[in-house]
Write a protein that binds this ligand. Structure first.
Ligand code: 5AD
Ligand code: SF4
Length: 440
């Protein structure tokens, strides 16, 4: 039996796509190998969001070249956003690559493997959602649901619109059926995925058009699903109906990821984000009013071209004011083919690094402060497995998406109550509460 090995870079959409690749390969009779050197088919699912994503992948590709040199029968495949952004150039730069494909052509890999291809092949026209392929889930009780593909935004720093194309939504009826199938298969937590989830549905034909909040309501109704999450929304499309859904739908978790990118309106304008600092803060106020305990997380870029000390200060102010439960912070990285990469006033690297240090300090301090509200409370935890740092303890996640390490006896996939005794910026600590009556 032939074996495959997949290495995944990038975001949750790529993790989802890799699960689909694995599902498809399993249905072709391949089995998964834990080691790259044992595989007949070596695959990379790539990302191109920042320069270091490119670099990390390219160093892995060196090992694939060596393995292919040892056994020329091996097949090396490169999929995902980096592949899509360089297209056929991949074969000129890396002649040992046999097959390359973008995020909308994963199914073509099967065609390639089933044919007696003698020459390298590239597939780069969007044809289908990866979500239509069979999946091989990493965890039995957690599942992805790809609700859309592509992005119609024109953020000036971002390569994604060019790698994942125009936005296309999947039919809501089809999504509900898939959620039901996942539930029947043991999934308790579903994460809806899209590049810009809350603009979902606008491209659908009139007769099947629903809003993102309607879709959330439909998934909430699926029996057996206890938790619903989604990523990533865009602040410009974060309307009252979506925020209200967090208050009214029992399964929808108390967590909203609201990517800020910058706290300065002039920089937001140059980023082409189409919202101002004020509008963003209005969204935050609406969340705080309607869902008071909601966790809010964000993405922030430092050192965007033209960012002055005053602009950066505005970002720090927003961080202080919002008090994020967590934030992903990135140093701006110029990407090929994007508007921002051509802007003249690029920020020197040492300035970016120094700003990043100040930002991380503020983010972590505020997150640590925010976390304290969980101490002393009993929180519902979905168990994921053993703790990473101490295997005698258990790890899980609360609805607010914070990780918890705790003492107890629960098994992966179980929902338990944990009394929280301590909290840092990233994780909570606690003890599993035994339900009264057990053992009596
Ligand atoms: N440089 C740095 N960070 C970027 N992101 C997207 N493009 C870039 C870039 N060119 C960040 C944004 C986005 C997250 C997924 O990655 O913050 O929300
Ligand atoms: Fe990377 Fe963006 Fe592609 Fe995800 S969509 S893999 S983050 S480039």
């Amino acid at each position: 039996m032939k074996k495959f090995h997949v290495t995944t870079f990038g975001c949750q959409m790529n993790e989802h796509d890799s699960e689909r690749m694995k599902g498809m390969l399993t249905s072709l009779g391949y089995t998964e190998s834990q080691q790259r050197e044992d595989a007949d088919l070596i695959l990379f699912n790539t990302c191109s969001i920042r320069e270091n994503a490119d670099n990390r992948f390219i160093s892995h590709l060196g090992e694939a070249k060596r393995l292919k040199g040892e056994d020329p029968e091996r097949i090396v495949g490169v999929g995902g956003c980096w592949a899509q952004s360089v297209k056929d150039e991949v074969f000129r730069r890396f002649p040992f690559v046999d097959v390359a494909f973008g995020p909308g052509q994963i199914h073509r890999l099967a065609e390639f493997l089933n044919s007696d291809q003698l020459s390298a092949q590239g597939y780069f026209e969007f044809e289908d959602f990866a979500g239509h392929l069979p999946a091989h889930r990493a965890r039995q009780f957690q599942g992805w649901l790809q609700i859309s593909q592509g992005c119609n935004c024109v953020c000036s720093y971002c390569i994604v619109p060019s790698t994942r194309g125009r936005e296309q939504s999947r039919d809501p009826g089809e999504l509900v059926l898939e959620a039901e199938r996942l539930a029947a298969d043991g999934v308790r937590e579903i994460t809806l995925l899209g590049q810009n989830v809350n603009s979902y549905g606008r491209d659908l034909p009139k007769e099947s058009r629903v809003r993102f909040s309607d879709l959330l309501g439909m998934i909430d109704q699926v029996d057996g699903i206890d938790r619903v999450r989604y990523t990533s929304p865009h602040p410009k499309d974060m309307r009252e109906d979506v925020i209200e859904a967090h208050a009214s739908l029992p399964t929808l978790c108390e967590h909203i990821h609201l990517p800020l990118q910058s706290g300065s309106s002039p920089i937001l304008k140059r980023m082409r984000r189409t919202y101002t600092r004020e509008r963003y803060m209005d969204r935050v106020a609406m969340i705080r009013e309607k869902v008071p305990d909601c966790a809010i997380t964000t993405d922030i870029i430092v050192g965007f071209p033209g960012e002055t000390e005053t602009d950066f200060d505005q970002t720090l102010h927003v961080v202080e004011e919002v008090g994020y439960d967590g934030a992903f912070t990135f140093v701006y990285s110029p990407r090929r083919g994007t508007l921002a990469a051509e802007m003249e006033d690029q920020v020197p690297h040492p300035v970016k690094v120094e700003r990043m240090e100040r930002l991380v300090e503020a983010v972590q301090r505020r997150a640590r402060e925010r976390s304290q509200r969980f101490v002393g409370r009993n929180m519902e935890v979905l168990v994921e497995g053993p703790s990473r740092s101490d295997p005698t303890r258990i790890r899980g996640r609360i609805r607010h998406n914070k990780a918890v390490n705790f003492e107890g006896t629960a098994e992966p996939g179980q929902m338990v109550e944990v009394e929280i005794s301590a909290a840092t910026s990233q994780t909570l600590t606690g003890t599993e509460r035994l339900l009264s009556g057990i053992g009596a």
